[in-house]
Design a protein around this ligand. Structure first.
Ligand code: URA
Length: 439
């Protein structure tokens, strides 16, 4: 008979800021995976951790307990396997562009990715926005992906990092995402279980990130590096700016389309700059090249010769996309899908686009979940028609809305979109680099 763990003393302890022991953390995670503890008690403990934090030893114990909550993957025939992860941003479709590029350059990549989390989107929801695609892939399928096109991507399952699968979905809808220990354990448990030796982290920092200032971003980066390295991974990465959405599109299918466009045209925009910056780190970690110029030339070549796009298409087909869905992906474009315009009510210069508020609005419009059982509208989302430092005249379009709810006339939605745009007198906002710090 299954032993029930009493979580109340742990909640009481954390409520007053005391540390949990390794054994208590292990017992909690075992109970989460065995489903012998009710969600409401785990949610209460998550909130107590969110409010009172965890010290380094607790974070380490939580990471290890979560990483060992299922099987650890290992793949035959790959001495070097790379992985990349973002701590979560708005319009962050970097993985959809970067992973196929890395595979095409010749660096094998394996990843366990997540779904939407709080106001931020997730890679798995983006891939699965294409009809037929399922990222619920087991170890055998991941090995086959690596062997066929050099890139395996899947979600946490009942067998691989199951504790994160459960806690992640609960954190998404309980306001417990923005916690350094919980983010550290969530990410590293997947990464340690995922079988790659190198991890390149993109730690987002800013008003549209879970880490809103440099101090907390550095603390999270430090945790990820120290605990990841202790677990035998080579962790490096960058802290990057996250204020206005990355690229034009926010929303699952819209971001997949935008990623496809980036793989076709390689536009000279901050999103591509971020892709290249992360790619440089990955290629150095993987021992392919330490020369940033060479790294960029190799990445660029995979876009020009179509090999990166080929990897993306083969991945989607492997995960279940039928020929009809693939033809739609090739034929659709952001300006041809049904959409509704929201216009500016004043003229001026765009000083800021508030990514976090856009993220919350997108959840309300069906691009993310408010409760665990919510279904996603794959088409829900928005495309920005204006970015920071663009000039806009009264009556001109600032954003396009998509998806069932977005297409409905709704003055409150329009008001919220307009409130995301700070439009002021003509002046250039301070342009900050995308990459703020490398570690
Ligand atoms: N990505 C994850 O996998 N987990 C988090 O908690 C945040 C970002």
């Amino acid at each position: 008979m299954t032993q029930m763990v009493n979580l109340v003393p742990l909640i009481e302890k954390k409520k007053v800021g005391r540390s949990l022991t390794d054994a208590e953390i292990q017992a909690w995670i075992d109970a989460v995976v065995a489903e012998t503890v009710p969600d409401y008690q785990t949610a209460a403990l998550l909130m107590a951790i969110r409010l009172n934090g965890m010290d380094f030893d607790e974070t380490l114990a939580l990471t290890n307990a979560m990483a060992d909550s299922g099987d650890r993957l290992s793949f035959q025939g790959y001495p070097v396997l790379a992985d990349k992860h973002s701590t979560g941003g708005i319009g962050d479709k970097v993985t959809l562009i970067l992973a196929p590029i890395m595979a095409a350059v010749g660096l094998p990549v394996t990843m366990l990715s997540g779904r939407g989390l709080g106001f931020s989107g997730g890679t798995i929801d983006k891939f699965e926005s294409l009809e037929g695609v399922s990222c619920n892939q087991g170890p055998g399928a991941m090995q086959a992906m690596l062997d066929r096109f050099g890139w395996a991507n899947a979600q946490a399952t009942e067998r691989i990092a199951p504790a994160d699968r459960i806690l992640y979905a609960l954190r998404d809808v309980t306001g417990t995402v923005d916690s350094i220990p919980l983010i550290t354990a969530s990410i590293l448990s997947k990464k340690l279980a995922g079988g790659a030796g190198c991890l390149c982290m993109d730690v987002k920092c800013g008003t549209a990130a879970f880490m809103q200032d440099m101090e907390s971003a550095r603390e999270l980066a430090g945790n990820l590096k120290t605990i990841g390295d202790m677990g035998g991974m080579n962790v490096r990465g960058v802290i990057t700016r996250m204020e206005e959405p990355l690229g034009h599109a926010v929303g699952n299918y819209l971001e997949l389309l935008e990623a496809r466009d980036y793989l076709k045209t390689c536009p000279d925009r901050p999103l591509m700059e971020l892709v290249f910056a992360l790619g440089e780190v990955m290629l150095a970690q993987g021992g392919l090249t330490n020369d940033p110029g060479d790294a960029r030339a190799r990445m660029r070549k995979t876009i020009d010769d179509g090999s990166a796009m080929d990897r993306l298409e083969r991945y989607l087909v492997f995960c279940g996309a039928q020929p009809q869905a693939m033809s739609r992906l090739q034929a659709d474009s952001l300006d041809k899908l049904p959409r509704r315009a929201v216009t500016a009510e004043r003229s001026g210069m765009v000083h800021a686009v508030k990514g976090r508020d856009i993220g919350y609005l997108m959840v309300d419009l069906g691009a993310g979940r408010k409760v665990r059982s919510d279904a996603i509208d794959p088409l829900a989302g928005l495309v920005l028609a204006r970015h920071v430092n663009d000039r806009v005249e009264r009556g001109q379009v600032i954003a396009w809305l998509y998806g069932e709810k977005g297409l409905r006339e709704d003055p409150e939605v329009d008001r919220r979109i307009r409130a995301c745009f700070e439009i002021g007198e003509a002046r250039d906002a301070l342009r900050q680099p995308v990459v703020l710090h490398a570690f």
